[in-house]
Design a protein around this ligand. Structure first.
Ligand code: ADP
Ligand code: MG
Length: 578
């Protein structure tokens, strides 16, 4: 009964069994780990390794609770993944378990079985060097837990995710997953960490990520962090490993969020795989029965390392934007190109009426309606053509700038780009205490709830630092008299409302740096009304040059891309010219 109670914490679902058995194989120095499952792991989980194996005399011991061979260094410096001596005992008490093993040089292997937590006498077994653990009928002994299992398919998916996760941290080990559950995996072994991450997470992630490598006081941070524009709607693609152990730790996730805070909207999440390697006595892994959490002796150091290294790396990425934008564009275009290639082209959506006499030579002017006008650049700036974002050629729909580079074209979302430019400029000016302001001819009055008015009034000195002159206007309204001059125009009502929400969430306890970022973000968001504004050719070019000079300008402050690039060779391919 004691074992089954303990098992409740260690073995939550089939994937937890897989995790524990893989950990044991890794601790045994395996180079190859084969996992086979059936019925979502509920009917069968079999993990086979080529590690050091277990002596006949210790097979039964291995199944006993609190029996471990891994605590030679004591609890203060745990260098192995396991140390609690609980996994096999727990699994053996909630499932049928067979343990087969053969040591190097032994004539043959031995096998014991656990039934209701009791180990049988060892029997000879035909097995190669290493260990095999076979778990069947999981939770048959604890029907309450069995009822809580999701579908076999969901459990199989969780198992595959566990295998992928553990494989990320151990590129020199070959992992295979097979069996009647649908997912199969085969990650070949190699010395290269980056290559393994590419195998597990795909080429697209690797192409859109920045390599991280930094160290501080003996603690090293490495891995891959995706460009902000390559973001996700949830935090499931954030992986942390501490000394090779996969952990899900609030502090680490918080540090990652802080590092990307400048680049992502609140509902978007970064994608990253980060490895923290630290001397074992700097970290306490004995926190949680499933060993999924850790405590650092110096949490500030680790947080500082993560936030510092990632910010620096992202700043180094400059105006780079995720290639997924161009890929999406290419595949959309390629899709329509394919259609016209292989199927009879669809009838045009207009009726050909035949050309009237003289029509051949006559060109018609664009309609004068405002949003149909295309602003074009007659003479392009020769100096601009070799710049990363090229020379401006045209503005379409009063928001999209088309630029020409030496070997391709760039499409810029003017509104998104402008938002980032204003944000970075405003932040720098606020820090320097020099935000130029512009007095409104007629103060704008915005009605608000009384507590919001109070909140804004209480912070008016701080807001003045952002170039916002605000004062209460009676009990239920705020008057805006001054705005930052760098804004083109401001949606004052939206800005004041969002600021009120913002201030309700942050208070004087929030770090100044973070407050600056948030308020500047809100102002930039409402101050960037450049979409819908026609730009003169010089202005278009100037915007491109500012983007190149501004950090993080590849994404707007909500993490969307600000521009998309299309190479000439891609364009040629689309038209079948190559
Ligand atoms: P822990 O890993 O915390 O020590 P387990 O219950 O997972 O506890 O395993 C108990 C012991 O059985 C281990 O300490 C190890 O000596 C032995 N063992 C388990 N799996 C393997 C394996 N795949 N290869 C070699 N030894 C193993
Ligand atoms: Mg173990």
């Amino acid at each position: 009964m004691i074992n089954r109670i303990a098992a409740g914490e260690v073995v939550e679902r089939p994937a937890s069994v897989v995790k524990e058995l893989i950990e044991n194989a890794l601790d045994a120095g395996a180079r190859r780990i084969e996992i086979a499952t059936a019925g979502g792991g509920l009917s069968l989980i079999r993990v086979t390794d080529d590690g050091v194996g277990i002596d006949r005399g210790e097979l039964a011991l291995a199944l006993e609770r609190h029996c471990t061979s891994k605590l030679d260094g004591g609890l203060d410096a745990i260098g192995t993944l396991g140390f609690r001596g609980e996994a096999l005992a727990s699994i053996g008490s909630v499932a049928r378990l067979a343990l087969r093993s053969r040591r190097e040089g032994a004539e043959h292997g031995w096998e014991v079985a656990a039934k209701r937590g009791e180990a049988s006498e060892p029997r000879p077994s035909a097995i190669a060097r290493g260990t095999q653990v076979e778990v069947s009928d999981l939770f048959f002994a604890t029907p309450a837990r069995l009822k809580f299992m999701k579908s076999e398919r969901a459990e199989a998916t969780a198992i595959a995710e566990t295998v992928r996760q553990m494989a990320m941290a151990h590129p020199n080990v070959r992992f295979t997953l097979s069996g009647s559950d649908r997912t199969t995996i085969d990650f070949g072994a190699g010395p290269d960490q980056a290559a393994r991450l590419r195998q597990v997470l795909g080429r697209e992630f690797a192409d859109n990520a920045i390599a991280i490598d930094a160290a501080r006081d003996g603690t090293r941070l490495s891995g891959l962090a995706a460009l902000p524009t390559y973001n996700r709607g949830n935090a499931t693609r954030q992986y942390f490993f501490v000394n090779g152990r996969s952990v899900r730790d609030r502090q680490l996730l918080g540090a990652l969020r802080a590092a990307y805070a400048d680049f992502l909207g609140r509902d978007r999440h970064a994608v990253a795989v980060l490895f923290i390697d630290t001397p074992p006595n700097e970290v306490d892994v004995n926190v949680h029965p499933a060993k999924a959490e850790v405590r650092f002796r110096d949490p500030g150091l680790v947080r500082g390392l993560i936030v510092g290294a990632l910010r620096e790396a992202l700043a180094g990425a400059g105006h780079r934007t995720a290639s997924t934008g161009s890929e999406a564009l290419r595949s959309t275009l390629a899709g329509s190109a394919m259609r016209s290639h292989y199927r009879p082209p669809p009838p045009p959506p207009w009726q050909p009426s035949g050309l009237a006499e003289g029509d051949q030579t006559e060109l018609v002017d664009m309609p004068a309606s405002a949003d149909m006008r295309v602003e074009t650049v007659e003479r392009i700036n020769a100096a601009s053509i070799d710049k990363p974002l090229g020379a401006a050629r045209a503005q379409l729909h009063e928001n999209y700038i088309v630029a020409q580079t030496r070997n391709g074209m760039i499409l810029v979302d003017q509104h998104a780009a402008h938002e980032r430019l204003v944000y970075e400029k405003l932040k720098a000016a606020v820090r320097a205490g020099t935000v130029p302001t512009q007095l409104l001819l007629v103060p704008e009055v915005v009605e608000l709830a009384e507590e919001d008015v109070e909140r804004i009034a209480a912070r008016s000195a701080e807001l003045a630092g952002f170039g916002l002159g605000v004062e209460p206007f009676g009990p239920g309204a705020i008057a805006i008299r001054e705005v930052p001059a760098m804004l083109d125009g401001v949606d004052i009502r939206g800005l004041v409302n969002d600021l009120a929400d913002e201030l309700a969430e942050t208070d004087s306890a929030t770090r100044l740096e973070q407050r600056i970022d948030q308020v500047a973000g809100t102002i930039a968001c409402h101050g960037s009304v450049r979409s819908g504004r026609r730009l003169r050719p010089e202005e278009m070019d100037a915007l491109l040059r500012q983007m190149e000079a501004t950090p993080h300008s590849g994404q707007c402050i909500h993490g969307r891309p600000t521009y998309i690039e299309l190479n000439l060779s891609d364009i040629e391919k689309l038209f079948g010219r190559r």
